[in-house]
Design a protein around this ligand. Structure first.
Ligand SMILES: [Mn+2]
Length: 251
């Protein structure tokens, strides 16, 4: 049995389907989704529909991302957060155009049941963005840290080549877990289309919302699978890019 960890999907259902195909996902596999299912490509509501069916068939864990929190609030109150609208929320709202109120309620429940973090039997932590407490995730003050923090990844990247784990400068929070899996901060920001590792932190958000691919990684073997670039799967859309693929190609 494999455990596959899947990066930020951001409405790119075509990429997700391609990935499930390429990874040859079977019923024996456990799937851990790192959050940010919505906003970006045009199929946010449809990604949620797909995942709700998938969870009936496979062993799934759904972590909650910041975009999911925004979408959940909108489904609950009918009022979109202003910041959300600037970060792809408008597209998510449009994707709900043909969805009945009854199904929206079921989606709201799905969002509400997502986990802020998941810890497995091998002390591997899965969290959308990060955490800050040096005593571990149970001691975090603010829930929002789990889906907004970027300091965990920055710190791991910064320290990766500078200190070893016996050093007194080694950050306490990284000692608590065998491995830590995150999404949220696209590896594209560090010129990588591939998942990245720094110390014991693995970042599997390979920028599917932008010009990158969607990634699923087998956390035991570290073998990974990727979709095509989402830009190629949605050639007439921008995702969360400033410019569309056609604009970039001069079409
Ligand atoms: Mn995020």
């Amino acid at each position: 049995m494999r455990t596959l960890v899947i990066g930020d999907i951001h409405g790119g259902l075509k990429g997700l389907k391609q990935l499930m195909d390429r990874a040859k996902v079977t019923n024996g596999d456990r799937l851990i989704f790192m959050g940010d299912y919505v906003d970006g490509w045009s199929e946010s509501a449809q990604v949620i529909q797909y995942l709700r069916v998938l969870m009936q068939l496979k062993d799934c864990v759904f972590i909650k991302g910041n975009h999911d929190v925004w979408c959940e609030k909108w489904l609950k109150t009918g009022k979109p957060d202003k910041i959300w609208l600037d970060h792809g929320g408008q597209g998510a709202i449009e994707s709900y155009g043909g969805i009945s109120n009854e199904e929206k309620k079921a989606h709201l429940k799905f969002f509400e049941q997502m986990k802020l973090y998941h810890l497995d039997e091998m002390n591997r932590l899965f969290v959308h963005a990060g955490f800050t407490s040096k005593r571990g995730v149970e001691h975090e003050n603010l829930d929002s840290t789990f889906y907004f923090d970027r300091t965990l990844w920055e710190r791991a990247l910064f320290l990766d080549k500078k200190v070893d784990e016996n050093s007194e400068w080694f950050p306490e929070r990284l000692r608590h877990y065998h491995e830590i899996y995150i999404g949220h901060t696209p590896t594209l920001n560090f010129n990588s289309e591939l998942p990245m590792q720094a110390i014991n932190v693995w970042n599997v958000d390979t920028g599917a919302a932008f010009y990158g691919k969607l990634t699923a990684m087998d956390i035991n073997s570290k073998e990974f699978f990727q979709s095509d670039n989402l830009m190629e799967l949605y050639p007439n859309e921008k995702g969360r890019n400033e410019r569309s693929l056609n604009q970039i190609l001069g079409k």
